[in-house]
Ligand binder design. Sequence first.
Ligand SMILES: CC(=O)N[C@H]1[C@@H](OP(=O)(O)OP(=O)(O)OC[C@H]2O[C@@H](n3ccc(=O)[nH]c3=O)[C@H](O)[C@@H]2O)O[C@H](CO)[C@@H](O)[C@@H]1O
Ligand SMILES: C=C(OP(=O)(O)O)C(=O)O
Length: 431
Amino acid sequence: MDKIIVRGGNALHGTVKVEGAKNAVLPILAAALLASKGKSTLLDVPALSDVNTINEVLRHLNTEVTYSVEENKVVIDAQDQLEIEAPFEYVRKMRASVQVMGPLLARNGHARVALPGGCAIGSRPIDLHLKGFEAMGASVTVGNGFIEAKVDGRLKGAKIYLDFPSVGATENIMAAATLAEGTTILENCAKEPEIVDMANYMNKMGARIKGAGTDTIRIEGVEHLSGATHNIIPDRIEAGTFMIAAAITNGNVLIENAVPEHLASVTAKLKEMGVTVEEENDGLRVIGQPNLRSVDIKTMPHPGFPTDMQSQMMALMLRAQGTGVITETVFENRFMHVEEFRRMNANVKIEGRSVIMKGPSNLQGAEVAATDLRAGAALILAGLVSEGYTQVTELKHLDRGYVDFHKKLVSLGADVERINEEVREEATVQA
Ligand SMILES: CC(=O)N[C@H]1[C@@H](OP(=O)(O)OP(=O)(O)OC[C@H]2O[C@@H](n3ccc(=O)[nH]c3=O)[C@H](O)[C@@H]2O)O[C@H](CO)[C@@H](O)[C@@H]1O
Ligand SMILES: C=C(OP(=O)(O)O)C(=O)O
């Protein structure tokens, strides 16, 4: 089992380059299933374990997927008749596998996807996705651990209002609607930059989508879509994580490829705390400052403060003066990292959906577990400013969303090492 060992104390300096966005590439790879003619070529694809998982799902569904990790490129040929089923072995590894449901239903008139179940951050139902498919004429049944959706002929365009601006539901319904008969109007939909990226890709395939990035999306269905070439947008959450790495260590880092508009809410909170954030031609420069002020933060759908930055921001807030409050409104249970922070001597407590921090905490190195993907990054960030050594385990979560996280930190001057415990034990036995 791998672990990352961090020795705190080094300020980070230099330039770090952001990869393509995990949350854009996953639904876009799923949408590649819509192309019954030609191949799709996706560029700037990050080398993440989640990308391997979705590629496996696509192969299982009878597409040909060629992945060149060195070139950050995936080519998908989905022209043959597709299979209909995404089994549990994939969905349990990665919930985003459910994003194949809309494209499969639209292309095959039939899709069977294993029920995703909950995960470390909450129960995460997909009722809104399913209501959307039903509104477009599909019949949806749940049984034996699967969700099955079927439609006779084509889906029908419909007016659909989402009770909550769910990212996944917006993407799944938008993809399904591209091949529906007539027009779909999706209201109160999610406005995340990844949705705009996915709509841009599908429009290149021949779809007719307008309004992505606003709260109403209008999709005029077409008869077929063709493969297209598309560059994935930069990962705003990876960028935000490195912004915090610079701020927390009192460093000075240029985060290359960061898109300022995608990070407006994160930048605003960092500035409110006293951190310097400057726009440069090729990204954002973050310059840490001593004596940070505590702030109050509420996670919200985009353009609000992203839930995927909540735990990293908590690491920074632990270092600020005074009382700060973070309220999580998007997921019901995204505070598993709080107990791990406490093991590092953090002064932090949970009250309902809020976490209250009285700072600054004198953080101490400890052995901690990455309870989810962003928690893993947040614990490493806290380790950068802790006394002594921090060991972070359960790195499979981190690898879902960060490419070479420890190597990038090392290139900025951090004292971070990734070790493989089994290899180390073997070496000890041999010695
Ligand atoms: C692969 C991907 O892009 N993942 C992102 C996506 O997840 P995901 O698409 O799963 O997130 P959603 O926006 O759908 O979920 C937000 C909230 O809505 C609830 N909900 C959602 C759908 C539904 O049918 N019913 C329902 O109740 C969820 O339980 C959750 O509490 O957006 C989240 C919110 O920005 C991010 O944290 C994830 O990183
Ligand atoms: C929660 C996240 O991702 P997923 O929806 O893939 O679990 C995340 O990226 O922080």
